[in-house]
Design a binder for this molecule. Structure first.
Ligand code: ADP
Length: 488
């Protein structure tokens, strides 16, 4: 197909700012789209993260916008950086984004209270720039609720009429967060025909994700399994998902196999080399276990993720404790942060099981990489999982995922049994079933050749962006085609 100009609008993009999978996806997909011959760029807020502060930038646009009756100057800068593989533009909105946290205030541990101003300010600033660009985008690709108003802003507001004909795609990475804003704050949104207000509304509030779902040309979720689940459970939006089903599809996320490469991972000391995967695992496990005073002869189970209900993090303490009670001979390392009750329950467990467990509270990319490399098994007891990247990274690093079969986990992990399989998968979050999974893993660990063969087989699975980005390309082609016909 002809090369396209694709602009991704997102509030995360690795390595500039990452809170989870959204950052990984937006930091990788454009790179692969560029390699396929397109021009793909990312537009995100200019936070005061360490990475962003270290970059040299050049100014490409300055203007002002009105938010809450207050005029705010802003600028758009281009990051001068060859290694990303795509152009990265930052929206510099002083007073709103020049903070260290992305969503969470590091001082209070809670979400920023001016989320609506920040998201709407970012979206307006981004469109002000796109509006004056000589070469308009062929596709505006929005990600999650933070940019969910864009499809409405371009089609319905008077201010952005010039952009009206540009196709918009909204990718939903997590429908649990919807960007709900009270109608009393509708003045934040540029003027539009009052009879179009219904597009913004869901259940008596402005719902940014719902609005994106109604207004975007196409909507994707990050796995087909999650797409199917949203019709039944979507935090109140399920009826809308069912209604809009014809423009929705699930495209499984890929992973950046260059950034996540055990042979070259800059965060690791011991790399995958000619000695093979088992030797790579053994050396990394030995190193981490020695450091944390754990017994490296036992199977090592890891959890990496947000301490949130959707991740099933609240189940971890009981799960691990049941394993100890039932005599599963294993060690556990948990890396994460979030809900303090989860942290406290794990700390209490740690008190009782020193020498068998390690708890690392916080967000630590380097530690996460070392853990993927060292662990034998990765625990993912998610209640909901739009795609899940951890299990795909686990495959790359020779770690066997143990997952609750939901959303993207169901799509990517098959239970190991007589027919083969790639990991250990359980159907319900019943304690006995989760315990059985630990026991199955323990048994698998004792069969060295089976474990070794499974690791090697999983390394060959293709979850690369080369594959997944083609599906986005096909989607863009479809909507552009549709646009040509509708104007013919
Ligand atoms: P999420 O729902 O959090 O976006 P994903 O599975 O899509 O879940 O992506 C999670 C990403 O965040 C992975 O790259 C994972 O390694 C990373 N991650 C999660 N928690 C931590 C942490 N505490 N420290 C470092 N990386 C983390």
């Amino acid at each position: 197909m002809n090369p396209l100009r694709i602009f991704h609008l997102s509030t995360e993009c690795y390595p500039a700012a990452k809170a989870g999978g959204l950052g990984d996806v937006v930091g990788a997909l454009p790179k692969y789209q560029n390699r396929a011959g397109h021009f793909a760029a990312v537009l995100m807020p200019k936070y005061s993260t360490e990475w962003i502060l270290q970059q040299s930038t050049e100014m490409v646009f300055t203007a002002s916008l009105v938010l809450n009756g207050k005029v705010r100057s802003f600028s758009i800068v281009r990051v001068v950086q060859e290694s990303l593989g795509f152009e990265l533009f930052l929206v510099d909105l002083p007073g709103l984004f020049d903070r260290n946290g992305i969503y969470i205030d590091p001082k209070t541990g809670k979400g920023f209270t001016d989320e609506a101003e920040r998201n709407i300010g970012f979206q307006i600033a981004a469109l002000e720039w796109l509006k004056v660009l000589d070469f308009k985008p062929d596709v505006i690709h929005c990600h999650d609720h933070h940019t969910g108003l864009i499809p409405f802003l371009v089609t319905e507001t008077f201010r952005f009429q010039e952009l009206r004909s540009i196709p918009t795609v909204l990718t939903i990475h997590n429908a649990g967060y919807q960007g709900i804003i009270g109608w009393e704050r509708a003045g934040l949104i540029p003027a539009f025909q009052p009879e179009r207000a219904g597009l913004l509304d869901w259940d008596g509030h402005i719902n940014s994700l719902g609005c994106g779902l109604k207004s975007a040309w196409r909507v994707t979720t990050v796995s087909p399994g999650y797409m199917r689940e949203l019709g039944r459970s979507a935090g109140g939006l399920e009826r809308l998902f069912r209604f809009e089903i014809n423009k929705c599809s699930g495209i499984l996320n890929g992973i950046d196999t260059e950034l996540w490469d055990p042979a070259h991972d800059a965060f690791l000391e011991h790399h995958l080399d000619e000695r093979g995967l088992d030797a790579f695992k053994a050396r990394n496990k030995e190193q981490l276990c020695t450091l944390l005073r754990l017994d490296s002869s036992k199977p090592l189970f890891a959890f990496i993720g947000r301490f949130a209900m959707e991740k099933g993090a609240d189940l971890l303490a009981d799960w691990i404790s049941n394993g100890f009670w039932e005599g599963v001979q294993a060690n556990y390392i948990v890396l994460g942060s979030g809900d303090h009750r989860v942290r406290d329950s794990l700390m209490a467990l740690l008190d009782r099981h020193k020498g068998q467990m390690h708890l690392e509270i916080g967000y630590d990319e380097a530690f996460a990489r070392r853990l993927y490399a060292a662990a034998d098994f990765l625990l993912m007891p998610s209640r909901s999982e739009p795609c899940g990247l951890n299990q795909l990274y686990a495959y790359r690093y020779g770690t066997i995922p143990i997952v609750h079969a939901v959303g993207g986990l169901r799509d990517t992990v098959s239970d190991y049994g007589a027919q083969g399989g790639t990991g250990i998968s359980f159907e319900s979050l019943e304690a006995w079933e989760m315990l059985a999974a630990l026991k199955k893993a323990e048994a698998m660990f004792s069969k060295t050749s089976l474990l070794s063969a499974l690791r090697a087989k999983n390394r060959t699975l293709d979850y690369s962006w080369e594959r997944s980005s083609l599906e986005y390309e096909a989607l863009y082609a479809e909507i552009i085609e549709q646009d040509i016909h509708s104007h013919a």
